[in-house]
Design a protein. Structure first.
Length: 135
């Protein structure tokens, strides 16, 4: 019986050591949200993280026009690379998100984007609590 107890202690110590090593080797590396999506000249990036369980169709509103960007599957993320011409003359845009099979709509305030910048839009389970940032 003494041997079985020491084996359990040794296994626990090995597991603890392996878990600590994983943390140490990953510590300090940039996560996916810490790195700006690369863009080509004349483009800007739109990164959408959808925490909602419904698929959401994304639209960009510019110069009084609504342009469909794409769909983001529920509980996933998607990056869209868009032409700078979609920013319009004033470079002022809004984003709209229409959930497929849902009643509510996610929408942002009007904001200004320059070519080369990127937008991060996080859609929450309650779409009214969604947030946007321009970097």
């Amino acid at each position: 019986m003494a041997r079985a107890g020491s084996f359990g202690t040794a296994a626990f110590a090995a597991l603890l050591l392996a878990g600590s090593a994983c943390f140490l080797f990953k510590h300090g590396q940039a996560g996916p949200q810490d790195v700006a999506p690369p863009t080509r000249e004349g483009e800007f990036a739109l990164s959408v993280t959808n925490h909602n369980f419904l698929d959401v169709v994304i639209y960009l509103v510019h110069d009084g026009q609504q342009t469909r960007v794409g769909t983001v599957t529920g509980s996933s993320s998607q990056v869209f690379y868009l032409r700078a011409r979609l920013l319009g003359m004033g470079r002022e845009i809004r984003l709209l998100g229409h959930p497929i099979g849902g009643q509510t709509v996610a929408r942002t305030e009007t904001f200004v984007v320059q070519p080369g910048q990127y937008i991060e839009w996080t859609l929450e389970t309650d779409l009214a609590r969604s947030r946007v940032g321009v970097y």
